[in-house]
Design a protein around this ligand. Structure first.
Ligand code: CP
Ligand code: NVA
Length: 336
């Protein structure tokens, strides 16, 4: 039995921009059902391949638990298992895995490789982080904010403190889609890619969100409803460690910065955290850190994503490559 001619991938959070509210609603319901012991296995017998070129604690664990809770099975491949690009071409891995599994989550160095895998796979491909985006993370982040803001995202403002990286790219697009305003404090040399900002602004124009950039962490934090930071050195950027640590030295979420935010403001971090660099122990271990809920919400977000991409699909089977995608194209490619 072959799958439908057009499949749905999640390569960029822009791919689910239109249905993002519904996806968050479903994730919240799945969380509630799990808490009440009322979860239903909505994806029985589905197989999910996890292809990871980089380390992971949260993304791997949440996908493995999510697919098992939904009645399916994960198959994990570390970088040394498949050796994509060395032992076998991305396109060939895509075509072979598509004969066995119902979906592929791929953590890659290069966004172009994720796009290539999706192009040749006949099953849905999920971006589990690359150099351009981290869409699954941002679904969990928005779920975490939504839980704390019962009246919704409109009128709320998030301050991003740090690097203009993959997480910020997805966050700008996701925030633009749901109507959340963002002020990002970033050193000039580390601003997000222009094409991502353009795509996020197009979404924000429709939702009424404001997306602003400054080099001042204090200006961004002042009056913000939440602060969000991430590592100064992302996976794959280790050679730039010394220069990045110099550039980001003032970009730390600490008690002083949190003191400038609105009353009741909370702190987000996608983790792993580098304590004493982008965030202090005092904040991370303090009562205003939402990071542990945020990490838990990866699980509920993954389930909602898997259901969205898989629920209506037939069993895996052959297809004529390159494969057509139902969702929008990613807004941008890798850094040149
Ligand atoms: N936040 C996140 O993606 O964590 P891992 O790298 O541990 O998966
Ligand atoms: N920006 C970080 C996120 C880790 C979850 C990285 O890419 O390493």
């Amino acid at each position: 039995m072959t799958g439908p001619a057009v499949k749905r991938d999640l390569l960029s959070i822009a791919d689910v921009a239109e249905g993002l509210g519904g996806l968050l609603e479903r994730a919240a319901r799945l969380k509630d059902e799990r808490r009440r012991g009322a979860a239903k296995p909505s994806l029985p017998g589905k197989h999910l391949a996890l292809v990871f070129e980089k380390p992971s604690a949260r993304t791997r664990t949440s996908f493995e638990v999510a697919i098992r809770d939904l009645g399916g099975h994960p198959i994990y491949f570390s970088a040394s298992d498949l050796q994509i690009g060395q032992r076998e071409a991305v396109a060939d891995v895509a075509r072979v895995l598509s004969r066995y599994v119902d979906a592929i989550a791929y953590r890659a160095f290069r966004h172009t490789d994720v796009v290539e895998l999706a192009r040749w796979a006949s099953v849905p491909v999920i971006n589990a982080l690359d150099d351009l985006e981290h869409p699954c993370q941002v679904v969990a982040d928005l779920l975490t904010m939504r839980e704390r803001w019962p009246n919704g995202f409109r009128g709320r403002r998030l301050a991003w403190i740090g690097d203009g990286n993959n997480v910020l790219h997805s966050l700008l697009l996701g925030a633009g889609a749901v109507g959340l305003s963002v002020t990002a404090a970033i050193p000039d040399a580390y601003r997000p890619r222009a094409e991502v900002v353009r795509a996020a602004r197009a979404l924000a124009d429709r939702s009424g969100a404001r997306l602003e950039f400054t080099a001042s962490p204090e200006a961004a934090a002042k009056g913000a409803d939440a602060l969000y930071t991430d590592v100064w050195v992302s996976m794959g950027e280790e050679a730039q460690r010394a220069e990045r640590e110099r550039a980001f030295a003032g970009y730390q979420v600490n008690s002083r910065l949190l003191g400038l935010a609105a009353d009741g403001a909370f702190v987000l971090h996608d983790l792993p955290a580098h304590r004493g660099q982008e965030i202090t122990d005092e904040v991370l271990d303090g009562p205003r850190a939402a990071v542990w809920d945020q990490a838990e919400n990866r699980l509920h977000a993954q389930k909602a994503i898997l259901e969205l991409l898989l629920a209506e699909r037939a069993a895996p089977g052959p297809s004529r490559p390159p494969h057509r995608r139902r969702s929008a194209r990613s807004p941008a490619r890798r850094r040149s």
